[in-house]
Design a protein. Structure first.
Lengths: 199, 232
C-alpha cells in the first residue's frame, strides 16, 4: 500500500495542464498549431522532470530533445481518454533511462578501447586507416544523400553540429533530426543484416 | 537566460511541427486484444487442422468435449481447462496491449491479469506434475522418444506470435520485456488448448512434460524477445 501511495503522490507532483490533452488530440488530427503549442508547453516541464533526476547537467538538453523526438514518433499511441501527463512522463522516463544506459555503454567502450590502444597495430602500418569497414559503408549507402553527408561530416570528418549545419546550409536542429533518422536507419539495416544492437 | 542548446530544442520543436501529419490513433487495448485473440485462435485452428491431416493417427475423437476414452482425464476438467486457457490467453493479450502504451505508472490491472495468467499456467503445470504416475513419468522420460508435441506447440503459435510482435513493434512499450512476455503467454495459452485437440496422449505425465512445462518455458522466452525486439 505504501508503495502505491508514494507512486500516486509522485504522479500528483508532476506538472500537468488540462490543455495538453486537447492539444494532443488536435495534433493527432493534423493540427500543426496545436502541436507546436503542445511541444512548446511540455518542453519546459520535461526539462524540469529530467533536471530533477539527472546529475550531469550537460546531458539534460540532449535528453529533452530525445524525449521530444520519442513523443513525436509515438504520438499515435496516446489515448484521449487517458491522462496525458501519465503518457508523456511515461515516454520521458523510458527515454531518459534509455539515454543513460546508452551513455554508460559508450563510456565503458571508450575506456576499454583506450586501455587496449597500445596493443593495436600502429595505424601508419595499416592501409585501413581512414577507411570505414565495408558494413558501415553499406549501411551508409541505405541513407539519403543528405543524411549520408551529415553523418559523414559529423562522425567521420569530425565536424560539430554547428559546423555541419553551416556546411549543409541547414539549421542545427534540422541536422540533429536528419542525423537521428540516419542513425536509426543504419541501426535497423545493421540489425537486419546480423548485427546485434547490444554490441 | 536561454542557452544555445535550449535554442536548438526550440528549432527541433519547429522542425517536428513542420514534419507532423495526421496520425491514425491506436484502438483501445480491449479492442486490440479482442481482435488479436480472434485472429490468433483462427490461425492456430488452421495450423492445428493442417497438422491433424499431416499426422495420421490424430483424430477428432480426442476432442476433450467428445472424448469417450474411459482412461482419459476427466472430461469436465478438460473442458474447464480449455476454457480457462482461452480466458487467460485473452487476459494476457489485453495486458500486453495495455503495456504497449506509455504510462509513467502502468495500471495495476495489467500486472494482476499477468499474475493470474502466469499463476494459472504454473498451477496447471504443478498439478499435472503432482498427479503424474511415477511409472508413466519414467516411461515418458526414458522412452518418450520424439518431441512432436513441443514442436507442434512451436509450429502452432509461430504465426500469431509473429503477427503480434510485428504489431507491437509499431507501438511504444515502456516495459518491453513484460510486453513481450504477455504477448507470448497469450498466444501460448491458445496454443495449449489446440495441443489438447492435436495430441492423443492423455496422461498427466505427458501433459506435464510435453505440454505445460514447455508452454511455461516458451512464455518466459517472451521476456527475452520483448527486451531485444520491442525496444524503440
Amino acid at each position: 500500500m505504501s508503495t502505491t501511495d508514494s507512486t500516486d503522490t509522485q504522479i500528483k507532483k508532476l506538472e500537468t495542464n488540462p490543455e495538453w490533452s486537447e492539444w494532443m488530440k488536435a495534433a493527432q488530427d493534423g493540427d500543426k498549431l496545436a502541436y507546436n503549442k503542445l511541444l512548446s508547453a511540455i518542453a519546459p516541464a520535461i526539462r524540469r522532470f529530467v533536471q530533477g533526476r539527472i546529475f550531469n547537467t550537460d546531458s539534460i538538453e540532449d535528453i529533452v530533445q530525445e524525449i521530444l523526438l520519442a513523443i513525436h514518433k509515438s504520438r499515435h499511441t496516446y489515448d484521449i481518454s487517458q491522462p496525458f501527463e501519465r503518457w508523456m512522463y511515461g515516454v520521458a522516463r523510458y527515454k531518459m533511462i534509455d539515454y543513460l544506459r546508452k551513455m554508460t555503454r559508450y563510456t565503458k567502450k571508450e575506456i576499454l578501447s583506450d586501455s587496449y590502444e597500445t596493443f593495436l597495430p600502429a595505424p601508419s602500418n595499416s592501409n585501413t586507416e581512414g577507411i570505414l569497414s565495408q558494413d558501415l559503408e553499406d549501411a551508409l549507402e541505405q541513407l539519403s544523400d543528405k543524411q549520408r553527408k551529415i553523418i559523414r561530416f559529423m562522425k567521420i570528418d569530425g565536424f560539430s553540429i554547428s559546423e555541419t549545419a553551416e556546411k549543409m546550409e541547414m539549421s542545427e536542429s534540422a541536422v540533429k533530426v536528419a542525423a537521428h533518422r540516419g542513425y536509426k536507419k543504419m541501426q535497423d539495416w545493421l540489425v537486419k543484416n546480423g548485427y546485434d544492437d547490444k554490441q | 537566460m536561454v542557452t544555445k542548446k535550449e535554442t536548438e530544442t526550440k528549432d527541433l520543436i519547429a522542425n517536428l511541427t513542420e514534419d507532423m501529419s495526421e496520425v491514425r490513433v491506436l484502438p483501445s487495448p480491449l479492442k486490440r486484444a479482442t481482435f488479436w485473440s480472434v485472429v490468433s485462435i483462427a490461425l492456430i485452428t488452421v495450423v492445428t487442422i493442417a497438422l491433424m491431416y499431416m499426422h495420421k493417427g490424430l483424430s477428432l475423437q480426442n476432442l476433450p468435449l467428445f472424448d469417450n476414452n474411459p482412461n482419459s482425464i476427466d472430461q469436465k476438467l478438460s473442458v474447464l481447462e480449455c476454457l480457462s486457457f482461452i480466458l487467460i490467453g485473452f487476459a494476457s493479450l489485453f495486458a500486453c496491449f495495455k503495456l504497449s502504451i506509455p504510462d509513467i505508472e502502468h495500471s495495476r490491472l495489467s500486472f494482476i491479469l499477468l499474475g493470474i495468467a502466469t499463476g494459472f499456467l504454473a498451477l496447471t503445470t504443478l498439478l499435472s506434475f503432482t498427479n503424474s504416475d511415477s511409472l508413466v513419468m519414467h516411461e515418458e522420460l526414458t522412452h518418450g522418444g520424439d518431441h512432436l508435441c513441443i514442436e507442434g506447440l512451436g509450429a502452432i503459435i509461430a504465426l500469431p506470435a509473429l503477427f503480434i510482435y510485428r504489431i507491437l513493434k509499431r507501438t511504444a512499450p515502456t516495459l518491453p520485456a513484460w510486453t513481450g512476455y504477455a504477448a507470448l503467454l497469450g498466444v501460448v495459452s491458445f496454443g495449449t488448448v489446440a495441443m489438447r485437440y492435436l495430441c492423443s496422449t492423455e496422461t498427466y505425465a505427458h501433459l506435464f512434460l510435453h505440454h505445460f512445462a514447455p508452454a511455461m518455458v516458451l512464455s518466459f522466452f517472451g521476456l527475452l524477445i520483448g527486451k531485444l525486439f520491442l525496444r524503440w
